[in-house]
Write a protein that binds this ligand. Structure first.
Ligand SMILES: [Zn+2]
Length: 338
């Protein structure tokens, strides 16, 4: 999936959007200002923050299990189609409308049809917060790769996040939410940047960011939260330093408050590339929540892109920790968007 993992001090993104929250495009009216100020205050009353949510770790895990049972799910495969159908069925059962974003991409294996799934939860504002995952798995000829963690975990968790937020529909959230399941995150060639001048990856996210830009919709997207490889039983998600820092602060700060500092350590790391990057490059604040230490010992990553990436390596507990942290960080994120 990723190309490299480096200590942040040794790695700087030229395209990072800096560490400040986005500025308002237009000046808020006094009434709006009062409302925003109040929500900021409400958000900072740390003592009243819930410690858990309706996110059901077992349910999320079962979503992952269903994905894994379809077998390897590379873009363009029959199993990928089944996985996507399952995602759409689930989202519809939560009362969410879904759209398919279909396109054909040139890959090292010829033309491939990709389909992203986008579910919308309308909010008070047409402005959007995206929560995303990729659902495809990396194609391997040498062995069966089921991607329980890489592709499966974040997909299962995102479905559960969508279910929880959709169930609160009677009290509309401040922002509209898009739950996006990207197709074609993985490279067809063995290495991430080996083919097509480094563009043999992130097909779905690049397509969506481009489309939104062309349709002049991209400015509606105020934040993007990406989940990837976050189901590991031994969960360790360092601060992703290539991400927008105000989103990192909001999410890792929430994790600390919830008592998950062990799983969300404050040490930095940087992931070279992922589905958040096309959005970050286009000026959308974005964050990658990724555990790139997926292996047989702490600090190792030897389960990644191997036949070892199986269900027994992930846990409902880890899925719930990330689900709770994301859900409980949303008020803080919403309060910072002007
Ligand atoms: Zn991968």
């Amino acid at each position: 999936m990723r190309l490299i993992l480096l200590i942040a001090a040794a790695f700087t993104f030229a395209c990072s959007d800096g560490s400040n929250p986005p500025k308002p495009a237009i000046e808020a009216t006094p009434a709006q200002k009062v409302e925003l100020d109040q929500s900021s205050k409400a958000d900072t009353s740390k003592k009243t923050m819930a410690k858990t949510t309706a996110f059901d770790g077992e349910r999320a895990f079962n979503n992952v299990k269903t994905q894994v049972e379809f077998g390897p799910r590379p873009a363009g495969s029959a199993a990928n189609e089944k996985a996507r159908e399952h995602i759409v069925r689930e989202l519809n059962s939560y009362g969410l409308k879904t759209t398919l974003e279909e396109f054909t991409g040139n890959t090292p294996r010829g033309k491939v049809k990709f389909k992203n799934v986008v579910a919308e939860l309308p909010g008070e504002s047409p402005n959007v917060i995206i929560i995303a995952s990729h659902f495809d798995t990396k194609p391997f000829k040498e062995f069966t790769f089921v991607g329980a963690n890489d592709g499966g975990s974040s997909t299962g968790a995102l479905l559960e996040i969508a279910r929880v937020l959709a169930s609160e529909k009677e009290q509309k959230r401040k922002f509209t939410y898009w739950f996006v399941f990207f197709d074609g995150e993985e490279a067809f060639c063995h290495e991430w940047s080996e083919c097509l001048d480094g563009k043999d990856n992130t097909y779905g996210s690049r397509y969506m960011a481009n489309r939104l830009k062309k349709e002049k919709q991209l400015s509606r997207v105020k934040a993007m939260i990406l989940l990837d490889m976050m189901g590991d039983k031994d969960l360790t998600i360092p601060r992703e330093e290539g991400s927008s820092q105000w989103l990192v602060e909001a999410i890792w700060g929430t994790a600390q408050q919830l008592g998950h500092a062990k799983e969300f350590p404050s040490r930095p790391s940087s992931v070279g590339d992922d589905d958040h990057m096309p959005f970050l490059r286009a000026g959308v604040p974005a964050v990658d929540i990724i555990d790139f230490e997926y292996g047989s010992a702490p600090g190792e990553n030897d389960y990644w892109h191997t036949k070892e990436d199986t269900l027994d390596k992930i846990s409902p507990r880890s899925l719930k920790i990330v689900g709770d942290v994301v859900l409980l960080s949303l008020p803080r994120i919403e309060a910072q968007i002007r």
